[in-house]
Ligand binder design. Structure first.
Ligand code: CA
Length: 236
């Protein structure tokens, strides 16, 4: 199987710096018979968010092995970086990581509220589960979508990479078919765009570069209140 991909990251229209990081690097695109792709959305004051997300992405790129091994290494790298600099204490990051294999297998590793989606046959489905307060309430049936969207704790994470020496990682395995499109994105997309808007954009835009640019443009047009990052991978 051949994968064609594009990665984009944008500060948005409100924040003054970008605490997201992507793999491959934002602004790049390409193709190949395998791929390691990820989105990380950092948090923490005093530049901590940027350091957490870039440290996690660099570690994921440098380590070999399955998603859990890479995310565990990223977790320890962020924990150690914070321990060395007290002003960075409490920094952390989401990680949504996809390992795309030449035989079509895709392994997703996920911590936090960035998301992985599959577009297949014009229909979008979310592969990851949000590790956020409202995400857990939704999953448990204790809150509606409408309540979740306006809840004051909607950005509070229940899991993150880099906070503690152990991290709980969701791992999902699927097999891709030709024509599938995978989206990894930070919440700068999903806070601004409904799933049906994301589906419409991913369905109409040909090629990952155009689709990635269109999603960033749409999130900014809807307000751009947060950093916006996407990695789009087409299987063919
Ligand atoms: Ca964010």
């Amino acid at each position: 199987m051949k994968f064609t991909w594009a990665a984009r990251s944008d500060t948005g229209r409100v924040r003054d710096h970008n605490e997201d990081a992507t793999l491959p690097a934002a602004g790049t695109s390409g193709s190949g018979d395998h791929l390691v792709a990820a989105v990380a959305d950092g948090m923490g004051g005093a530049a901590g968010g940027e350091i957490a997300s870039t440290t996690a992405i660099a570690t994921i790129a440098a380590v070999s092995g399955e998603v859990a091994i890479r995310i565990e290494a990223a977790n320890l790298a962020v924990v150690e970086a914070a321990a060395q600099r007290p002003r960075l204490k409490g920094m952390g990051t989401t990680v949504t990581l996809g390992l795309f294999h030449t035989d079509g297998r895709l392994q997703i590793g996920h911590v936090g509220d960035s998301r992985a989606y599959l577009l297949r046959g014009g229909s979008l489905s979310q592969i990851s589960t949000d590790h956020s307060f409202v995400g857990e309430m939704l999953t448990a049936g204790r809150m509606t979508e409408a309540e979740a969207e306006v809840h004051p704790y909607r950005s509070v994470l229940t899991r993150a990479v880099g906070l503690e020496p152990a991290v709980d990682i969701d791992v999902t395995n699927l097999v891709l078919a030709a024509g599938d499109r995978i989206l990894l994105c930070s919440d700068g997309i999903t806070a601004m765009l409904e799933d049906d808007e994301i589906q419409a954009t991913l369905t109409t835009e040909a090629g990952p570069e155009r689709a990635a640019d269109a999603l960033v443009t749409a999130a900014n047009a809807a307000g751009g209140i947060d950093n916006i990052s996407v990695v789009i991978v087409d299987a063919g």
